[in-house]
Design a protein around this ligand. Structure first.
Ligand code: AMP
Ligand code: MG
Length: 406
């Protein structure tokens, strides 16, 4: 059986980053730039006022109050027409280009001025450049402002918009199909009958896919019956990544691995040494076997909700990061101090839901009392999971443990 590290390495060996494409800027959130972005202009494009006030010649101001003649008022989006001559000033708003002749701005709060009047009393002295943002201060033409590999969130997208990039070159968001399997499942809007439960995995895995930067595609429920499963699998194989939940263990109706293989998917691994999540299955539909020549990656996640969730975080997320060029693609656990004693038992490394908190003296983590891989109620209190090594041992308060944040 593979270790978690071996399973992650096997995924990385099978998944290659997607080829870059141009997408609309608004659709690029969370994706990764594939080329440096160079500014094609100075920003700001002209010397501009940082304040609402008066553009003046600094030499006209001093320790005592001075009266200046107002030659013009320039509001946002307009361009000064008049030169500021000695003894004059221009009423100017924030962001407006500094008029010729002026070299500083006096904020309105430092002036005595009645709107509409043709004189202003400037109460304080300013030096050349006061409250003026010089042309190109933020960036100059030809400067590299974003590097290839940068992930795009609000600030980066805002900058690209400032530069006029209506489209941006990124590794595209993979489509992630999510199919729940199980005869016991009913849609979440239904009242479960005898022996039935709601399909909570679909909503949970769909949310995880979105959070990981993929485009989820919910595919409903497949019955534990070969013909139905076969048709749902062929739907799922349209997606770049296909996650199935349930049907990968040793039950007589666990048909997922055999039906995936019947559909041409090559098994890469089945079962990983971990708890929960041991029965996980991973395979690839190789490019040569796909009708359109594009490979697909398929994860058979164990049906118990916490198993599914943990396997998604460790394995599916790694594949999505690799596809979209996020580096590093592998999970990046941190170390944190236990704030409650914890007993482990068992022969496999265990991922336990936990509450991680940052404090002034470092990260601390509180294991959550959970009842097992079905226990979403307890897991909903968690924001992380602790990875405990295999073996029976009591972990004391204050010990450092390995934590994966969600
Ligand atoms: P399986 O891996 O198919 O043996 O499923 C294990 C257990 O996980 C089942 O007995 C269900 O209780 C639960 N389970 C399976 N699929 C789902 C699902 N989509 N939503 C919630 N629970 C599920
Ligand atoms: Mg099942």
């Amino acid at each position: 059986m593979l270790s978690v590290e071996q399973a992650i390495a096997a995924i990385l060996a099978e998944v290659e980053p997607r080829s870059p494409v141009d997408v609309e800027l608004g659709d690029a959130i969370g994706l990764t730039l594939t080329a440096d972005v160079v500014s094609d202009a100075d920003s700001p494009p002209f010397d501009k006022s940082q304040m609402d006030g008066f553009a003046v010649r600094s030499a006209d101001t001093g320790d005592s109050a001075r009266s200046l003649q107002v030659v013009e008022e320039v509001t946002a989006g307009r361009v000064p027409q008049e030169t500021v001559q000695p003894g004059t000033a221009t009423r100017i708003m924030t962001g407006v280009r500094l008029p010729a002749g002026a070299d500083a701005v006096v904020p309105i709060e430092q002036c005595d001025f009645t709107e509409g009047s043709d004189t202003v009393i400037v109460r304080c002295g300013v030096t050349s450049g006061t409250f003026v943002i010089p042309r190109g201060q933020s960036m100059s033409q030809g400067e590299t402002v974003l590097r290839a590999g940068t992930r795009l969130f609000a600030p980066q997208l805002g900058l690209l918009a400032e530069l006029g990039h209506a489209q941006v070159t990124v590794r595209p968001r993979p489509m992630v199909g999510v199919l729940a399997t199980g005869d016991e499942l009913v849609p979440i809007g239904q009242i479960p009958g005898e022996g039935q439960i709601r399909n909570s995995n679909q909503t949970m895995l769909t949310a995880q896919a979105s959070q990981a930067g993929a485009a989820p595609q919910p595919l409903g429920i497949a019955r534990d019956e070969r013909e139905h499963l076969k048709s749902k699998i062929s739907e799922g194989l349209e997606c770049d990544v296909f996650c199935l939940s349930g049907g990968v263990s040793a039950g007589t109706r666990d048909l997922v691995p055999s039906e995936l293989q019947a559909a041409g998917v090559r098994e890469v691994f089945h079962k990983v040494e971990m708890k929960p999540g041991k029965p996980i299955w991973f395979g690839k539909l190789d490019a040569a076997r796909a009708a359109d020549g594009r490979p697909r990656w398929i994860f058979g996640l164990p049906g118990n909700p916490v198993s599914s969730m943990v396997c998604f975080e460790l394995f599916v997320r790694t594949a999505i990061r690799r596809l979209t060029g996020i580096a590093p693609a592998t999970p990046q656990p941190i170390r944190a101090k236990l704030v409650a004693e914890h007993q482990t038992r068992g022969d496999r490394p265990t991922f336990s839901p936990a509450r991680l908190k940052r404090t002034d003296t470092g990260a601390v983590v509180h294991p959550i009392d959970w009842q097992g891989s079905f226990d979403l109620r307890a897991t909903a209190d968690a924001n992380a999971m602790i990875r405990f090594p295999a073996g029976e041992r009591v972990y004391a308060i204050g010990e450092q443990v390995t934590v994966h944040q969600w």
